[in-house]
Write a protein that binds this ligand. Structure first.
Ligand SMILES: [Mg+2]
Length: 401
């Protein structure tokens, strides 16, 4: 019984920054000014969704100016990267604008006499009363880390305990109406961009034949699929299709079933040889713990992978905690993308510099997402992106912000 209680305590513990190699700020920081720049950005390739086609995305850039004890001022910026409508989660342009209307005033509440921020926990405590809205919160937290990096003269990746100078990166390819259309895109990704791995979206009816065609032409590439919850884990025909994907030596099947059903991903799919990756199901450290406990019970932890998107879990500190918990349990992780502009993408690259992030992320696309971006993306070559080394995000002053 005592052993069981100890195991449970280990499984439910939180992490403090110093326990997980994060260099936090301990100087008193006074929030001088908090604001948001909002920018409608034209997509180079329109975003296709089941409900239509969209040419632009709005990106929100929280900006925080801190006053230090010596009176000097430092400004940091983050990015909120919602989709235009609530397809991926309940968050969208409108929900992020609404949430920022609560988050930003919370940072300056108390006026000039407010107590200073003395670390990430005291920063997050200011807006923790707002329930949900992880994408909005991640953008606000990003501004904090950018500022702290500038104060310490360090790249954010180093603040976060990242040791890599470059990170492996793959690409994510959307659903295509024909196998040939998909193969044309796979060819660019593999032969021209030389990405570290290819991920393709699947759904019932556009799965086995598409994956088989890629495997026939490229037997050795690292390949994974993402279903965004399109399969019914109680429908025998769907389960049979997922089992047949074992024939293609995939790195993982990402989010085959519903977002709110972690248990059937563990239990019902335990018979698959291919690891299952959770994306939409994991909204924070607690869900990662639930998944780990369920895979221990019903499956095998080598068959669990977690796609950590900082905007989906409410910020970078939570993302780092999830990465650490997974590492301690032998679970592989990687960092997915949400159509971030160069600022948000760079933040994801800094996060991916941590050793626990051991699989390639979704950081490159066949063409830049936006016609006119706010900064240059990190330098790419042969499946790797350089981690910027300058203070903060290492981007200099973003254009137009
Ligand atoms: Mg996904």
């Amino acid at each position: 019984m005592i052993r069981a209680a100890q195991d449970a305590a280990q499984a439910t513990r939180d992490f403090r920054p110093e326990e997980i190699g994060v260099v936090d700020n301990t100087e008193p920081l006074f929030v001088q000014e908090a604001s948001v720049h909002q920018r409608e950005m034209k997509l180079r390739i329109p975003f296709e969704s089941p409900r239509g086609r969209f040419d632009t995305l709005v990106r929100f850039y929280p900006s925080l100016t801190f006053r230090l004890a010596d009176g000097s001022l430092v400004t940091g910026r983050g990015e909120c990267s919602p989709l235009s409508a609530p397809w991926y989660s309940y968050e969208c342009h409108n929900s992020v604008a609404t949430a920022l209307g609560y988050l930003i005033p919370s940072l300056t509440a108390g006026g000039p006499g407010q107590a200073p921020v003395t670390g990430i926990d005291s920063f997050i405590r200011r807006y923790r009363w707002v329930q949900g809205h992880p994408t909005a919160k991640a953008g606000v937290e990003g501004a904090y880390w950018d500022a702290v990096g500038k104060i310490h003269g360090m790249a954010v990746s180093r603040l976060w305990g990242g040791s890599r100078q470059s990170v492996e990166t793959g690409t994510s390819l959307g659903l295509e109406p024909t196998i040939q259309a998909l193969m044309n895109k796979v060819a660019i990704a593999v032969e021209e961009l030389q990405v570290a791995r290819v991920k393709v979206k699947i759904k019932p009816g556009r799965d086995l034949d598409y994956v088989a065609a890629i495997r026939a032409r490229y037997p050795a590439i690292r390949l994974q699929v993402d279903a965004n919850g399109a399969y019914d884990l109680f429908r025998p025909a769907h389960l049979a299709t997922l089992k047949r994907l074992d024939e293609f030596n995939l790195m993982m099947i990402e989010q085959p079933g519903p977002n709110d059903d972690i248990i059937d991903h563990a239990r019902t799919l335990a018979g698959l040889a291919t690891p299952i990756c959770l994306d939409e199901s994991i909204l924070g450290l607690a869900h990662a713990r639930h998944a780990i406990e369920l895979w221990k019970q019903y499956s095998d932890l080598t068959k669990l992978v977690i796609n950590i998107k900082p905007p989906r879990v409410g910020g970078y500190f939570e993302a780092i905690k999830i990465a650490r918990l997974c590492f301690l349990n032998g679970v592989s992780v990687w960092c997915g993308g949400m159509y971030e502009s160069a600022l948000g993408k760079t933040a994801n690259v800094h996060f991916s510099a941590r050793a626990e992030v051991d699989l390639p992320g979704d950081h490159v696309s066949l063409a830049p997402y936006f016609v006119d971006d706010v900064a240059d993306s990190p330098r790419y070559g042969a499946g790797r992106l350089r981690v910027p080394t300058g203070p903060g995000w290492g981007l200099g002053h973003p254009r137009g912000l």
